[in-house]
Structures are given as C-alpha cells and as structure tokens.
Design a protein around this ligand. Structure first.
Ligand code: GTP
Ligand code: MG
Ligand code: ZN
Length: 386
C-alpha cells in the first residue's frame, strides 16, 4: 500500500499524486468509505490500494482510495484540506478592490483556521497608482496582515511569492477575474492554466471551475537538501454571498483594532455600533483615528449580516411546515408527524455521515457533485466493492 495527495476530482473519482512513485493516479473511492460518509477533498492525504502503474507515458496509472488520513485542517470555502497558508487575491482595478470582501474573508479564515497564516495578495499592480497601493498597505500592515504587491503581467513581486510558497501548501483564493490562475502560470509556466482571455469582460466569469493542486518547483538551483518543493492550489472565484455567517459575538474578536479598544468602552458587552461611551466610536470621530473607515464599515456590515442570520435561525428553528406531513410506522401503528420545513431538514440518514451533515447544517451548499451524490444516495453502487 502507498499513500498520496489528492490533486482534484476527476471522472467520478480523484487524481492522486504519489511522492513515492512520482506519478499521478486516477482513483475511485472504495465503496465502504463512501458508505461511511468519508468526504474527500483536494489536499487530502489518502492510502491507495490496488496500484496499477501506467503502461505507457501517455496513460495514467490507476489505484483505489482505501482510507483518508487524519487532516491538519479543512477550509470550507472552497473545500481544501491540509493547508499551510492562504493568499487572498484581489486587484485594485478590473475588478475593483472590495474591502468588505477582503475583510469578510479574513474573518472567515480566522474563525475557521486558528493560528493560521494568511496574506493579502494585490494583483494587477500594473493597473494601480502608487498611492492606492500605499493606502491599502497603511490600513492592513499595522494590523499584522502582510500584503504582497504583484503583477502577473509584468512579473512584479514574483520573487517574493516564490520564496513564500516554497516548501508550503498554499491556496490562492479570491473573486473571479483577479488573476489567480495567471499568477500560478507565472510561477509554473509549463502548466498553461486557462485564464480569461477577454480583458474587457472580467466580472462574473468563472474561468477556473474546480480546485486543483499543482507542484511548486524548487526555484533555487542550489537549494538546501532538506527543502521540499511545496504545492499551490488554484480555486474557482467566489462571491461574498457564499461565505459563512459568523456568530455576532465572535465578530469584534476578528478585528484587532477594535478588540484593542474594547476594554476601554463603558459597557463590557459593547458592540461598538451605537452605544454610549464606546471608545471605538469616539476614536473614529477623532482626527487621527487608528481605525480605518473602510474597516469599520466592514465591521458594521459583517455584524448586521451575522445578526440577521442569527435572528432568522432563531425564528425558524422551531417552525414546522404544517402543510407537509410525514407518515411513520407500519399500517397498524402509522402516525402522522409534521415535517420540518425543507430548508431545515437534514438530508443525511446515517450517523456515520455526520461529516457531511455538519457542513449542510451550517448552510454549506458548496459540496462537490460527487459528495452530494454520496450524501443523498444510500444505495450507491461502486465498481470497487471491498
Ligand atoms: N493587467 C493585468 N491583467 C492581468 C493580471 N493578472 C491577470 N490578468 C488578466 O486578468 C484576467 C483574469 O485572469 P485569470 O487568471 O483568469 O483570473 P482568475 O482569478 O483565475 O479568475 P477565475 O478563474 O474566474 O476565478 C485575464 O485576462 C488575465 O490576463 C495582471 O497582473 N495585470
Ligand atoms: Mg482561474
Ligand atoms: Zn465599544
């Protein structure tokens, strides 16, 4: 048996890279794993059985995924396992810089992956003015967020990116059209990833449609022998609406500049929105506020969304849809029970599928097709029965 790293979904199974054999295998998942609800995502480490090496250079070998190894972490927007770092990629223009999207994603990452390293990656710097870049640096760097200034067109910043991705597993995440695939093409030119060729119609196009890992080469010829090459992950563009709503009580903790002032607010439960004696509001009014206006606007927007989501959850969690009834029990003992409104019904029937059900319950609708099938079909057959 050998182990491998899942690169992406493919043809009802996955493409898995084995370091040991230095080859990529096309791998279905053993039916037992599917029945147990073991979801597999890009970046997962797996055991492989029934390994059949390729017969020629133009073919791919095959194997069967027989186990998923324990994960270091799991990002859910999009689903990627075992990451070391994330680069939040945006442009200043084409598409326009969106502070809320950046701040919303920082909050999501901080809540989902504790003690995790994330960078802001500002691409298309060839289209930006110097003072626009300086303004963003002045907002984020004092808060501890490193910004990488890049241009996939001119190659600006690429050396720093090469240093940062060496020997790590890194994901590029951001809206569509900001140049994630273009950056990876610059790092690994032979990949020739598909990029949007129509520069006038950038918004709303999704050129990349699935997450995939690519092996980062060793850029330095005389690298120390212990240095590993690393992996970089291209992901499809995401929209702000796809992100998880945080708990309102958790939001302020994700804003270092707010949490620094919070102990000085008059009320210990201050939400820093309208309260009397709020040090955050007072600071914002001062001439040299240490809190950037855009950051506070993001804070208010995220708080409002979080509160709305919480209220909706509270209101509806006890509601049943009286129009739909479900009959349980045999003829003699049949009982009619009200059925939960479809939106709040769990689709998982097996305890062992909790993995997937948890994602669903938390409003996750981004499960990949294969995993949807896996959760919904109890009787799914697979040609690779144990
Ligand atoms: N001027 C300029 N254009 C760039 C730069 N990087 C990428 N582009 C262009 O931006 C467009 C979108 O680039 P992609 O790499 O496809 O963007 P993406 O983020 O991968 O988009 P999705 O796959 O849809 O999420 C393409 O037309 C690129 O040529 C850059 O640094 N400067
Ligand atoms: Mg892309
Ligand atoms: Zn306050």
């Amino acid at each position: 048996m050998i182990s491998g790293r899942v690169l992406r979904r493919h043809a009802g199974g996955y493409l898995v890279h084995s370091d040991e054999l230095n080859a990529i295998f096309q791998c279905p998942v053993r039916a037992r794993l599917k029945k147990e609800g073991v979801a597999i995502f890009a970046g997962d480490l797996v055991d492989l059985d029934e390994v059949e090496p390729a017969l020629s250079e133009t073919e791919r070998g095959t194997a069967v995924i027989s186990a998923r190894l324990p994960r270091k972490n799991l990002l859910t927007r999009p689903f990627i396992a075992n990451l070391d770092q994330v680069f939040i990629v945006q442009a200043i223009h084409q598409p326009e810089w969106n502070s809320l999207l950046c701040d919303r994603y920082l909050v999501q990452l901080q809540l989902e992956l504790e003690h995790f390293r994330s960078f802001i990656c500002l691409n298309k710097c060839d289209l930006a003015e110097k003072d626009e870049m300086t303004a963003l640096r002045n907002i984020y760097e004092p808060l501890g967020y490193k910004i990488l200034f890049l241009s996939a067109k001119t190659g600006q910043g690429i050396e720093e990116l090469k240093n940062r991705v060496t020997a790590k597993t890194s994901a590029l995440i951001g809206p569509s059209g900001v140049g994630k695939s273009s950056i990876i093409n610059l790092l690994i030119p032979e990949l020739e990833l598909k990029v949007d060729i129509n520069e006038d119609l950038l918004v709303g196009r999704h050129t990349t449609t699935y997450s995939e890992l690519y092996k980062v080469p060793l850029f330095e010829k005389n690298h120390p022998p212990h240095l590993q090459s690393g992996w970089i992950i291209d992901t499809p563009g995401f929209n702000i609406g796809e992100l998880e709503y945080p708990e309102p009580a958790d939001v302020a903790w994700q804003f270092p500049e707010i949490i620094e002032l919070a102990p000085k607010c008059k009320f210990s439960n201050c939400q820093h929105l309208v309260e009397d004696g709020c040090k955050v509001l007072e600071t914002l009014e001062s001439e040299h506020s240490k809190i950037a206006e855009s950051r506070y606007v993001s804070y208010c927007a995220i708080m409002a969304d979080a509160q709305t989501a919480k209220n909706i959850k509270k209101e509806t969690s006890s509601k049943v849809d009286a129009a739909t009834k479900k009959i349980v029990g045999g003829h003699a003992k049949a009982r009619v029970l009200p059925r939960l409104n479809e939106r709040f019904r769990s689709s998982s029937k097996r305890k062992g599928r909790q993995d997937l059900t948890e994602f669903r319950k938390s409003g996750n609708d981004e499960l990949e097709d294969d995993d949807q099938d896996l959760a919904e079909s109890d009787e799914e057959e697979d040609s690779t029965e144990d």
